[in-house]
Unconditional design. Sequence first.
Length: 437
Amino acid sequence: LERELQEIDELEPDPELPPELFDSDRKEFIAEIKTQRRRVLKGEREVNNSILSAMAKVANNRMRDETDGSDSLSKALLAVRLHGEESTFPDGAPLEPGELNAYIKTSPKSKRRPLLDQTTSAPSEDHENDSWNQMLALLKILEAYGCLITGPESGESGSNPESGLYTVTSGGGHVGGLGMDNSLWQLCALGGAWDVAYESAELDNFQEDLEYLVSDDDLIDQEKEDISDIPKPQKEAENLVDYLCQMEPSEMAGYVSCLVVDAQRRADSALESFQKLTNLQQRAVQGALLSLERLVEVQRKSGLDDSIGKCQLELGSCDVVTAWASGCSWNEALAISGAAPGDLVRTLSRALDGLRQLGNLPYLPARGLDGTVRLEASGIHPKIRSLCREAANEMDRYPVKDMLPFDEAELDNTEESDEDEKDDIIEEEELVKEPVI
């Protein structure tokens, strides 16, 4: 448009045409140029404020700083560029947002795992004995979360996991007492375990690099929270326990269902499901997400396979489980869930089983929040354990109730009918034996 405007200015006006015609065309070009410039500036602002630009800026800052992880991050970027078929970026070139966008579009999740293994997974010297390596990774994670403690004969923590002697802590006993997928995650989501070794410090470093996106008021509040000597993982776990202890048994039932119930076939979006939660449930879910991020980071650093370290937090069934534990009728529960009766029974049964397991864990006395840094997992808080027991009792009713009492009643009725039949046979035999007069 600017080139065409320049050509119009260079043309000599035709004396036979009115000069207003040229002025009108020139004004239209100038107005269109201003419009296009505004659109370009708006697009640049949107690109600069996008999450991909923020990620690229943080990554470039980390690679320029001579800190732990900067060298591995640069090598990972180089490996990704070499993995691509067409790479025109020279060595040492900064990461561009367009690269992230292209990688997301061209690399589905099914193809990202091999590349992730090459760049971020912990190296393994013995690929043939992968099961043993996964076992060592589990030991490392449990030790980082204070569920296992190395004995005095083992030397320093993590020196040689294969020859170490471990002591199971109170929190480790609770992990072993749960028959769920990734029991450590269930315990973390209930505030009974946290990253005592602070292996997830990289997440906090990443958060600090994003501080330029936070308002000044939020930074002041964050500085006030950082004054405490308690590590962030322990502080987050204590806040989560505080929210959970304030819940009603029905709210606890709904929250536990988020940890044990699989996603429904036709579930609402995560935002819609989150809006249906109570205030305490929303706060607990937000606290659980912090624990989830830390656990996933520690599992990744330890080289644990995703299939073993699966962490689940599904909100789709929380509202119906909460309502059922509150005493709603079966028809009301069907209307709330919108699921088939069989699917709803399965959902409520899974939640009930999870509550029973948590309620049957060994009792551990509560520890006061006196600002002491703890190096062991404390296990399930006794108040939370009591809430799980109460919630299980409230949910244990037909058609979710255990069918064993009904079976016992049927057996009793069957035995009574058999005894009646035997009495009738005996009476008939006695009548036959009597002489006829």
